[in-house]
Structures are given as structure tokens and as C-alpha cells.
Design a protein around this ligand. Structure first.
Ligand SMILES: [Fe+2]
Length: 471
């Protein structure tokens, strides 16, 4: 576990208004190590509150506000600088897919976190105001191993486990999830970023388990599946939002918490992330909680960034999906395709979400940010007058698939797609690249200069792309 059970401070973005920048800082310490000190700001000192105890760890939180222009905060003898002026030129970093399905805990740290180190150096040059994390912040896939109830997940689940055994499974999963979160949060090269750049995150399947929601309902609705989801959700709230169930109405659009989508207004920019996992079934992506929230959303900013944990604008994959369904051995890949907006099972919802994005586009330019595919690419949905950009950056530490895979995907992407009549989707190469998909680890930076946004991809081997103007 990261640094013997110590991690943090980890900053979470809560809001920004005339009073300043509202933050929550999470500090994790082993049970019995005592509380962290108070946070010091220009406005005074703020003591920590104990948020939760889990897996032998105590999770503490400081809620505080930094005045606009204030240099940062102090904690336990350290000064942490924070960008607190969000009304002029600002920078936002976007990352996704921070891990791998197998053996992520045992990877060489320097190799695993190479792109994080670059992001940190980038932050030292020109500070980021915000870190957006677009899904798969941990890879929990192996958490189910090592317990008799979930050892065969998702192939087989026991029919009638006892309440006691399910309790035992919950404790097992809590330890395994906590171990992964602590590794990620305390990793060298990441810890300093998390302490100085407020984060906003949305989860994807690996924050729960591979394919959550696209697996057969006999698995997800089983007693074991429900314990897995309950633990994953609790740990997600705690480690990715610095929150518990009590905070849900204040932080998420659906006050009941059935869907954990959120939006935040910063000066001149609206950030919005639907939760595409909590309500997902084989035949639906979101339920009433998610859809009511999206349809009620009125963006206030001059630019809207929507985080879609799986790409909203994609190539025509339905042909590929039909082919795979016909071949039993390809079932796993069929689940992967079922995760996509383009799946034949989700086509109505896809059109519904695209319709919502076009509705928001009437108020302000909309840029979709997405991860999930472990490649860098971009897309546009036309026509020019209502152009929607999609920027895909994935992953920050997940290694890229073979180049040949990227080329085949590029061929499919050449087919084009228009789920809404008159709004053709085109997958396009990044600025300066020949092919549509780049098979390199990467992250994305967004810069607002004199009110205009531009995006740059940071590619592990190819370096920085030329900037792409977003308006
Ligand atoms: Fe991923």
C-alpha cells in the first residue's frame, strides 16, 4: 500500500465563485496514526474531519476556500501552491485509463508513471487549474480474485451465498480497492500533482470491474455483483470525490445518487460529466436519474466541456458487433462493443444524447472529452454551423494496443457515421499526424488564452501535437 498507508493531500474541486475556489483535501493515514494538522489559508485555519474508516485506513477531509489570487494552502509544515484565478487564461489537464487489467500493482513505477512525470513537469512550467479524470482511474479487475465468492467472477457466481460470507467479501474487496487507490494516489510523480491541482473525476468500468453494466444481468444483479458494485461505489466516492453518501445531493445531479453525473460552472466554462456506469444494463446506458439530469442541464459558460467516459462520437461499429455476436469465442469483445454508444442496443440513447449535445450547442460551443480506448484520436460532428469536437486521450499509464490494431480501427473509422440525419461524424487524425488513431500513451491539455480554447495532445513518443483550436 502506498507509503505504508499514507496518502494525500488530494485536492477535489468543489466550486468557484466570487468568494473564491472551494476545495476538499483528502488525507489518508493508517488507523491509529492520529489526525493530520489543520489546513492554513489566508482566511484562517481549518481542522480535518474524519470522513471514513476503511481497510485499516482513516480518511480525513479538510473543506476550505482559497480567495481569488491566493497562492495556496499549508498543511503539516508544507506549502502547496494552487492556481486560484480561474477567470482569465487557464489550463486544464485531461487524463484517463490510469492502470492496466493485469499486474498493475507490480509494474515498474518509473515506466508506469512516465506520462504522469511529464504532466507534473508541465504543471511546474505553467500550472493547471484543474485535473479532469475521464474514467478508469484505477483498474480493479483483480480485486475479485482471492475470495471464494468472487474467485470466478464474472464467469460464475455462487447461487445462495450466506450473509456472513457476503460481509467477508465486502471486507476483502475494500482492502483490494483501497490498495489500488493508495498505489495510484501516493505514486511518485502523481502525489504532488494531486496535492496542488484540484481534480474532477468520472468513473468507467474498471473503477468497478471490466465491462460493468454490459455483463449478463445474472452476474451484475447477483448478490456477489451487488456487493462488488456497492464497495466500488463507496470507494469511488471516497477516493475520487472525497465524499460519502451524505455529500451526494451537494455534488451530483441526481440527489438520490442512482446516477453520479455532475456539472460545474467555472468562470466562462461549464464542465459536465454524465455517469455512464451506475445505471447501465445490457439494454440501456442511463436510467431516469441520468437522463433527467442531462435534460435539465442549462450550461452557463461560453464553452462546454462534456466528459464522456466512452467516446460519444465514434465510427460505425455495428457491423463489427454483428460479426462478433455470430462467433462464440468473440463474446468478450462483444461485451466491449456493448459498452459503446454505437452498439445496436444503445442506438436510441445515442441519438438522444447527441440531441442533448446539440441543444447545449445552441448556447455555447461544446467539446466532448473522452478516454477508454487506449489510443489518441479526435472526431468532429458536422455541419460547420453546429460543429462538435471530440478529443480522445487515453491512457495516461495503460500501454497502447499494437499499431496494427490502430490501423484496422482506422479503416473502420473511414466508413463514417450519421446517427442524426444531417450531422455526419468524422474520425480525424490529430494535428500533425497521418493516421486517425495514435497507438501511444498520452494525455491532453486544454488552454484558454484571451477567451479562446485550444487543445494539445502529449504523445509518449511523438511528443506534443500542434494546437487544435476549439472554436
Ligand atoms: Fe481503460
Amino acid at each position: 500500500m502506498g507509503k505504508d498507508g499514507f496518502a494525500g493531500p488530494v485536492l477535489h474541486f468543489r466550486g468557484c465563485d466570487a468568494d473564491g475556489l472551494r476545495l476538499a483535501a483528502i488525507t489518508v493515514r493508517p488507523d491509529g496514526a492520529g489526525a493530520p494538522g489543520a489546513v492554513g489559508t489566508r482566511g484562517g485555519t481549518v481542522p480535518p474531519v474524519l470522513l471514513a474508516r476503511v481497510a485499516g485506513l482513516s480518511v480525513w477531509r479538510h473543506d476550505f476556500t482559497l480567495a481569488l489570487g491566493e497562492a495556496g494552502y499549508q498543511l503539516n509544515g508544507h506549502a502547496y501552491p494552487v492556481a486560484t484565478r480561474l477567470d482569465g487564461d487557464i489550463r486544464i489537464a485531461f487524463v484517463s485509463c490510469n492502470g492496466e487489467e493485469n499486474g498493475d500493482l507490480d509494474r515498474d513505477g518509473a515506466e508506469r508513471n512516465r506520462m504522469w512525470a511529464r504532466l507534473q513537469a508541465d504543471h511546474a512550467r505553467a500550472p493547471f487549474a484543474l485535473l479532469l479524470q475521464g474514467g478508469d482511474q484505477i483498474y480493479a479487475d483483480e480485486a475479485t480474485r482471492g475470495h471464494p465468492l468472487s474467485g470466478d467472477w464474472p464467469k460464475h457466481v455462487p447461487a445462495n451465498p450466506s450473509a456472513g460470507d457476503l460481509e467477508d467479501l465486502a471486507r476483502h474487496l475494500e482492502r483490494r480497492f483501497a490498495e489500488r487507490y493508495m498505489m495510484v494516489l501516493a505514486a511518485e510523480g502523481c502525489a504532488d500533482l494531486f496535492a496542488t491541482v484540484p481534480s474532477l473525476s468520472v468513473w468507467d468500468d474498471h473503477d468497478i470491474c471490466d465491462g460493468w453494466g454490459s455483463l449478463p444481468e445474472s452476474r451484475t444483479d447477483s448478490a456477489v455483483g451487488q456487493v462488488l458494485f456497492t464497495v466500488a461505489r463507496r470507494m469511488y466516492l471516497l477516493f475520487q470525490h472525497g465524499a460519502t453518501d451524505a455529500d451526494v445531493p451537494a455534488l451530483f445531479l441526481d440527489p438520490a445518487g442512482g446516477n453520479l453525473g455532475w456539472w460545474r460552472d467555472l468562470p466562462g466554462v461549464t464542465l459536465f460529466a454524465p455517469d455512464l456506469r451506475s445505471e447501465r444494463h445490457r439494454d440501456r446506458i442511463m436510467g431516469p436519474g441520468g437522463w433527467n439530469a442531462v435534460e435539465a442541464m442549462q450550461p452557463a459558460g461560453d464553452h462546454v466541456f462534456m466528459v464522456s467516459s466512452v467516446p460519444l462520437l465514434g465510427p460505425r461499429l455495428s457491423l463489427l458487433e454483428s460479426l462478433m455476436m455470430a462467433i462464440p469465442r468473440m463474446q468478450h469483445y462483444e461485451d466491449d462493443l456493448r459498452d459503446q454508444w454505437q452498439s445496436h442496443a444503445h442506438r436510441d440513447e445515442w441519438r438522444r444524447m447527441l440531441g442533448q449535445v446539440l441543444r447545449m450547442r445552441q448556447a455555447a460551443p461544446v467539446t466532448v472529452l473522452s478516454g477508454e480506448i487506449h489510443l489518441a484520436t479526435r472526431a468532429e460532428m458536422g455541419p460547420r454551423e453546429t460543429l462538435i469536437h471530440q478529443l480522445v486521450a487515453s491512457g495516461i499509464s495503460h500501454r497502447a494496443p499494437p499499431r496494427a490494431y490502430a490501423r484496422v480501427l482506422g479503416l473502420f473509422a473511414g466508413l463514417g457515421e450519421a446517427p442524426l440525419p444531417g450531422h455526419a461524424i468524422r474520425i480525424k487524425p490529430l494535428p500533425g499526424q497521418q493516421h486517425r488513431y495514435v497507438a501511444e500513451r498520452n494525455y491532453l491539455t486544454l488552454d484558454r488564452r484571451d477567451g479562446r480554447w485550444q487543445a494539445v495532445w502529449h504523445l509518449e513518443e511523438s511528443g506534443l501535437t500542434p494546437p487544435l483550436a476549439l472554436d
